[in-house]
Design a protein around this ligand. Structure first.
Ligand code: FAD
Length: 623
């Protein structure tokens, strides 16, 4: 029997798996990444794109901490767009259309740069224990990877079943085997495990479509990147490509309504719950009966291929119904179908089983990350993978765990929501989940998180030097704008005073709050006075000055919250005697006996109302 010893073993080469393995190896741990197919490491299983609102925020945070998703996405993008450009800075976010093949190649390239990381092609089949302690995993060929720290990032593969109408087959995603033995091994651990589902749309052949009939959508001329390292001048990007827009119509909706009983979802064959916010076309028709059309984006999957992804048309309806749908959508035809849409149902572990470090409470040393713990989306998976990788290495080294608060990152929100509240449908990130959205902007993710990445060993000294000189440039420019008044003697202000009529004597920082005083105007003054900034830095300053009042309010609230966090709960406290605390909540508190209000707020299942009651109780007791 072949036995190899590793400090960390990661199972899965999806977005959670590659971030976990990269982080662990970067932090100096001898790491194995086990995957069913190394060629598919970094596969974009569904949409060929990264980012979007809130998801783009996650990618920026991953990058600031030293993860790799942002770099990969930038280097393989065939279209860049900043979403919500006309709205407030809290909800603006980058999104890229990516070349799937290049994305996989770039991921493997970055992983191969890590000397401490081995990529192993195998099926992980059984979790191994010695004296009731996790001791590694067995592979399906009988060999063993010994390790006290295993991260499972197996996505939709655990007992994966794919459905097209009433036809179904075992598979983790089309073309890949399902992971049944590992699912059985997990089920023996007395964990809460149930089923979720997700789906993907059909792929069409561009050669068989006349896309000139459809609206074309091009990317931004001035791309917004995910990675703080991406420099347009220093790097080559693949050729940029457009997308196209079309719509379903009433005729399509009628076909769907007539065939709903043939959908495995509506026919009751699929029991797992799907993502409410990323519904199949049949879900959309049922849930929004008044809508006479639904938008569909036609997106290229790779720069040099004719495969198109029909964003918005995911389905589990039978093949003949899918064909009938395609034949009724303007610009599309069933003759172009390369692969049908399908749904996949899989096992997931209820994330309430996890600690905030993503380690299973019942199985020390075993971590979960990505879709296996109830999320959906590449970005959510990558964020969890990064945090699981970091925490596994910290525990291995006997160091304190690394948590992120919800006041400082979307990653913190993601983990707190999962662990404290669990999921009853695939969890996806939204900006509305953040209490302090104006503080959690894409332009300041580096300020919020890069230092942590440095302390963890994920950000190099040279990267930190680049960050620090950027922050210095921003601070100096901001300082200048806050002290300088518009006057004829100020370089670059001629046109602003004489042609545009901005009042002399006004502080520039005050003028910035006026919507007609644009970012370009600010830049002109800065440039004329020796402050050279790139658009991203300029945007950060503009946002900070323009929304200063709100940001200050949110900062004050965060500070107040931090103080509340530290409030000590007396050891003699009898929770069941406090009015307003239910029996269920007092039992949870009695069981955990938290030392502070902050710890209490992280007890799984403890509701915010109970925290408020405890806060009031502590304040009145003090008085
Ligand atoms: C059909 C389909 C539709 C989807 N639709 C959407 C969508 O609409 N929107 C959205 O945001 N997301 C969607 N997703 C989800 C998206 O693909 C995932 O959220 C994301 O890829 C999850 O990343 P992950 O790292 O958790 O797992 P994955 O990317 O699925 O990677 C899992 C990895 O685990 C490996 N693996 C599994 N079992 C074993 C084993 N026993 N031994 C060794 N290796 C193993 C696999 O080889 C693979 O490398 C969809 C996924 C699928 C399959």
């Amino acid at each position: 029997m072949n036995i190899i010893e590793y400090e960390i073993v990661v199972v899965g080469g999806g977005h959670a798996g590659y971030e976990a393995a990269h982080a662990a190896a970067s932090m100096g741990a001898k790491t194995a990444l086990v995957t069913l197919s190394p060629d598919m490491i970094g596969q974009l299983s569904c949409n060929p794109s990264i980012g979007g609102i809130a998801k783009g925020h996650l990618v920026r945070e991953i990058d600031a901490l030293g993860g790799i998703m942002g770099r990969i996405a930038d280097r393989t993008a065939i279209q860049f767009r900043l979403l919500n450009r006309s709205r407030g800075p809290a909800v603006q976010a980058p999104r890229t259309q990516n070349d799937k093949r290049l994305y996989r190649l770039e991921t493997v390239k970055l992983l191969k740069e890590k000397d401490l990381l081995d990529i192993i092609k195998a099926e992980a089949s059984t979790l191994l224990f010695e004296n009731n302690k996790l001791s590694g995993i067995e592979l399906s060929d009988g060999s063993v990877l010994k390790s006290s720290f295993v991260i499972l990032a197996t996505g939709t593969f655990l007992k994966g079943r794919c459905f097209i109408g009433d036809w179904y087959f075992k598979s983790g995603r089309s073309g890949d085997q399902s992971s049944d033995r590992l699912a059985e091994s997990l089920r023996r651990l007395d964990l809460e495990i149930s089923r979720l589902k997700t789906g993907t749309p059909p792929r069409l052949d561009r050669k068989k479509l006349d896309l000139t009939l459809l609206d074309e959508h091009r990317g931004d001329e001035d791309p917004t990147f995910f990675s703080f390292d991406t420099c347009p001048g220093e790097q080559e990007f693949p050729p940029q490509h457009p997308c196209w827009l079309t719509y379903t119509c009433e005729e399509v909706h009628q076909v769907i309504r007539d065939n709903l009983h043939r959908s495995p979802l509506y026919g009751g064959i699929i029991k797992g719950i799907g993502p409410r916010y990323c519904p199949s076309i049949e879900d959309k028709v049922v849930r929004f009966p008044d809508r006479d059309r639904h938008q569909l984006f036609i997106e290229p999957e790779e720069a040099g291929s004719d495969v198109l992804y029909i964003n918005g048309l995911s389905s589990s309806l039978p093949l003949d119904v899918q064909e009938a749908i395609l034949d009724r959508i303007p610009g599309l035809t069933s003759k172009a179908m390369i692969r049908p849409a399908y749904a996949v149902e899989y096992d997931f572990v209820q994330p309430r089983e996890l600690l905030l470090t993503l380690e299973l409470k019942k199985v020390p040393g075993l971590y979960l990350a990505g879709q296996i713990c109830g999320t959906t989306g590449y970005e959510e998976a990558a964020a969890l993978g990064l945090m699981a990788g970091i925490n596994a290495v910290l525990k291995l080294r006997g160091k304190d765990p690394f948590y992120l608060g919800r006041h400082e990152s979307y990653i913190g929100i993601l983990i707190e929501d999962l662990v404290n509240h669990g999921v009853d449908e695939p969890y996806r990130m939204f900006t509305s989940r953040a209490e302090y959205r104006l503080v959690l902007r894409i332009d300041n993710a580096d300020r919020r998180l890069a230092d942590y990445g440095f302390q963890l060993g994920l950000n190099s000294i040279s990267r930190m030097e680049r960050f620090r000189s950027k922050w210095k440039r921003i601070d100096e420019a901001r300082n200048f704008l806050e002290k300088t008044r518009l006057s004829e003697s100020l370089a670059g202000s001629d046109q602003l005073i004489n042609e545009m009529g901005f009042p002399k004597g006004s502080l520039i920082s005050v003028l910035i709050r006026n919507p007609s005083f644009t970012q370009e105007m600010v830049n002109k003054i800065l440039l004329a006075n020796g402050h050279q900034l790139v658009p991203e830095e300029l945007r950060a300053i503009h946002n900070e000055i323009k929304y200063e009042g709100y940001i200050r309010q949110q900062d004050a609230e965060i500070k107040r919250l931090k103080n509340v966090e530290k409030l000590r709960l007396p050891t003699e406290i009898v929770y069941r005697n406090i009015p307003g605390i239910s029996t269920e909540m007092s039992e949870r508190l009695e069981k955990s006996r938290p030392a502070t209000l902050g710890q209490a707020s992280r007890i799984p299942g403890l509701n915010p109302a109970t925290i408020s009651v405890l806060h009031i109780y502590l304040s009145t007791r003090e008085k």
